[in-house]
Design a protein around this ligand. Structure first.
Ligand SMILES: Nc1ncnc2c1ncn2[C@@H]1O[C@H](COP(=O)(O)OP(=O)(O)OP(=O)(O)O)[C@@H](O)[C@H]1O
Ligand SMILES: [Mg+2]
Length: 321
């Protein structure tokens, strides 16, 4: 099951994602983390050390791996929303998965994939969505089951709805501070994708007392709130370099993270709906942008026999293109 933390800039998405990842890793064999923010801070918040491989910088290598033995694309390029084929290579959320081994930063039972940050050559000309391409392709080839934990720290605001990330997660948690502007991000999000409202919740962050809690409950409805996190002095210590301070914060807030975990585990993904959304989003993206760029109809001729359950059940023919 996949969870994404969203919210206004500075609301606490990365801090909450990192704490939740560590909380979940304490009771699960493996947690796959994804830093889906071009201003990548999740590795630091998780205190992971080592070289970070940016998915955005390895897009052609990555897609050539994910394509596997598929032949349905012919000469057409694979773009971030190209649905898989039965002959594609898939990603499994395990430490031994070849793609995770290659691009993930692993420590203990946590592996982190990172979208990629801006480089000097991007100045003035790069699109944020271009940096996300690799991560998006990976998510659409990820065969995570009900007991797997995949956690994404997203970029600020409602930006994820402009890509196929809008449906890629099973649960979304909007981290809101007790302010109107912060709450507005949640309201905007569910206003834009009302079909996701039932699986989109709120954590009230940096709350300083019952008035703040009442404000958030009143704004979003108490039934949408998974919990409140108090304004914590530990985080300033953490930002000053005391790595143990995040553990203290996490322990103090463990009830909230338990609730988030239980809510995540209560989700059930409908792979048929997922694939319908992927195909629909792919066609829209092709018509709006990619077809005219490549002078090709990129959504035609694709393997329509593909379905996720078929691959999960392992019934696909290895020669199928
Ligand atoms: N509960 C809290 N108590 C005190 N400080 C907090 C709390 N949550 C987050 N912070 C602080 O707020 C700042 C922003 O947090 P964080 O980086 O997690 O936000 P973000 O939403 O990921 O930001 P961005 O939009 O830049 O990615 C950090 O300095 C962090 O330590
Ligand atoms: Mg952040």
């Amino acid at each position: 099951m996949r969870i994404a933390f969203l919210g206004k800039g500075g609301s606490g998405k990365t801090t909450t994602s990192a704490s939740f990842i560590r909380h979940a890793a304490a009771s699960h064999p493996f947690v796959l983390a994804l830093d889906a923010d071009v201003n990548a801070h999740l590795a630091g918040a998780l205190a992971l050390e080592g070289k970070i491989s940016q998915l955005g910088a390895h897009y052609s290598e990555l897609t050539s791996y994910l394509k596997g033995k598929r032949t349905d694309l012919g000469d057409k390029p694979m773009i971030m929303t190209t649905p898989p084929s039965l002959a594609s290579n898939f990603v499994r959320p395990t430490a031994a998965d070849p793609l995770i081994t290659r691009y993930g930063l692993q420590q203990g039972n946590i592996a982190l994939l990172t979208v990629g940050k801006y480089e000097q050559e991007d100045v003035g000309s790069a699109c944020y969505h271009g940096k996300l391409e690799g991560a998006i392709s990976v998510l659409h080839h990820l065969l995570d089951g009900d007991n797997d934990i995949v956690v994404a720290d997203n970029t600020a605001g409602t930006d994820s709805i402009a890509t196929s990330l809008w449906f890629a997660y099973d649960l979304r948690v909007v981290v809101v501070e007790p302010s109107k502007k912060s709450v507005q991000v949640y309201k905007d999000f569910i206003g834009l994708v009302p079909e996701l409202a039932a699986t989109t919740y709120v954590i009230g962050n940096k709350v300083e007392g019952p008035e703040d809690e009442a404000f958030i409950n009143d704004q979003v409805g108490a039934d949408r709130v998974l919990g409140f996190i108090t304004l914590s002095r530990h985080l300033k210590r953490f930002e000053q370099g005391d790595t143990t301070a995040l553990e203290k914060f996490q322990e103090e807030q463990s009830q909230v993270f338990d609730r988030v975990l239980a809510t995540l585990k209560a989700q059930k993904r409908d792979w048929t709906v997922y694939l319908e959304r992927l195909r629909g989003t792919h066609t829209k993206l092709c018509r709006d942008w990619y077809d005219s760029y490549y002078g090709l109809k990129l959504d035609e001729g694709l393997d329509m026999e593909f379905s996720y359950p078929l691959v999960i059940a392992g019934t696909q023919s290895p020669d199928k293109g």
